[in-house]
Design a binder for this molecule. Structure first.
Ligand SMILES: NC(=O)c1ccc[n+]([C@@H]2O[C@H](COP(=O)([O-])OP(=O)(O)OC[C@H]3O[C@@H](n4cnc5c(N)ncnc54)[C@H](OP(=O)(O)O)[C@@H]3O)[C@@H](O)[C@H]2O)c1
Length: 311
């Protein structure tokens, strides 16, 4: 991938796509192509085909997808399955047809079995039962990971790269109460409690589960690194994490401090905790020479600043 290469960032308005667009522009890439959802619905095969035929991108970052938290996944499983399968299938097919050199696809840590050993190694994929609440989304992601691997094997070229970032956060995240992930949800909750001068905030579960979070700009950096090093990659998926996790209690305390919420944090233990730990073993990717550069506290400060400017 050089500065004059034609690069399509699919889903450039989202959390990861916007971080990638920012990075590619910063690094001086000159021919970046984007379309927003209204201009190009990637679930529509004929639209995707026409777009690739006209634009002929050489490199594709497939950041478009339907994402959401537990409530959204539980309420709309069929939509999550259909939209993600359709988007990836249409983009994969058009990329093959119009000779895209390399494409980066993003899986998800929920594709791994719910009770696997920690840290989670790449080879644990398809070795056990997956978490029920995000089953439909996870199956779509598994299909995408296997599609990349199968396509590379069948066409004898390591063209499609599958990365599995752990939970991302950062500017342009979704702060909607019903569909957000834990970090934007906590930022919003603590911020609103502070503004309303509330004495306490009640959070779901025990706060004891451990989670690994990665700043979106670090995942963008890992994606560009993967594209530049495509020839060194094996035909498999790669975990992308920081290697550091924390409890939800620790996370809540840090966010409350950044936001300036001084009340009490209470835990509603009648609500489910989910898996006790979800830490990725990212040593395969780290050994290639990439490393994340944003500490959690620093990334959270940037994210809160974005939230304050935006809302
Ligand atoms: N967030 C995470 O923690 C995480 C972790 C691991 C993997 N991933 C994966 O990484 C990728 C990027 O995630 P993200 O968090 O950046 O997602 P996001 O913030 O939800 O952004 C998704 C992007 O896709 C676009 N999009 C959705 N449906 C579309 C369609 N039918 N046609 C065209 N564009 C469409 C969205 O546009 P609109 O908003 O206009 O619909 C948005 O620009 C996804 O594949 C996700 O599954 C995410």
């Amino acid at each position: 991938m050089d500065k004059a290469s034609k690069i399509y960032v699919a889903g450039h308005t989202g959390l990861l796509g916007s971080a990638l667009l920012k990075l590619l522009k910063l690094e001086g890439y000159l021919k970046i192509v984007t379309r927003n959802h209204a201009e190009l619905d990637l679930t529509r095969q004929e639209m995707v085909e026409a777009f690739f035929k006209t634009e002929q991108p050489e490199y594709v970052f497939l950041c478009a997808g339907l994402t959401g938290g537990i409530i959204a996944n539980k309420t709309y499983p069929a939509t999550f399955l259909h939209a993600n399968i359709a988007i990836q299938d249409n983009v994969f097919e058009a990329s093959l047809k119009y000779n895209v050199r390399n494409l980066v696809f993003y899986g998800s840590s929920c594709a791994y079995p719910k009770n696997c050993s920690q840290p989670i190694k790449e080879e644990y994929l398809l070795t056990g039962e997956i978490e029920q609440t995000s089953e439909a989304y996870a199956i779509a992601k598994i299909a995408g990971i296997i599609a990349c691997r199968s396509s590379n094997r069948q066409y004898k070229a390591n063209r499609f790269i599958a990365l599995i970032p752990n939970t991302m956060y950062g500017p342009n995240d979704n702060f909607d109460t019903n569909s957000s992930h834990v970090i934007p949800a906590l930022i919003r909750k603590f911020h609103e409690a502070k503004v309303k001068k509330e004495n306490n905030v009640i959070l779901w579960g025990s706060g004891n589960p451990r989670r690994e979070f990665i700043y979106s700009e670090d995942v963008a950096d890992a994606s560009v690194f993967a594209m530049k090093n495509a020839e060194r990659l094996q035909n498999t998926h790669y975990n992308i994490g920081t290697g550091i996790d924390c409890t939800i209690k620790e996370l809540a305390k840090i966010i409350a401090e950044i936001v300036g919420f001084e009340g009490k944090i209470e835990w509603d233990i009648t609500k489910p905790d989910g898996a006790s730990r979800k830490l990725l073993d990212s040593s395969g990717f780290l050994n290639l020479g990439w490393k994340p550069s944003t500490a959690l506290i620093e990334g959270l400060r940037h994210t809160y600043k974005y939230f304050m400017n935006q809302y």
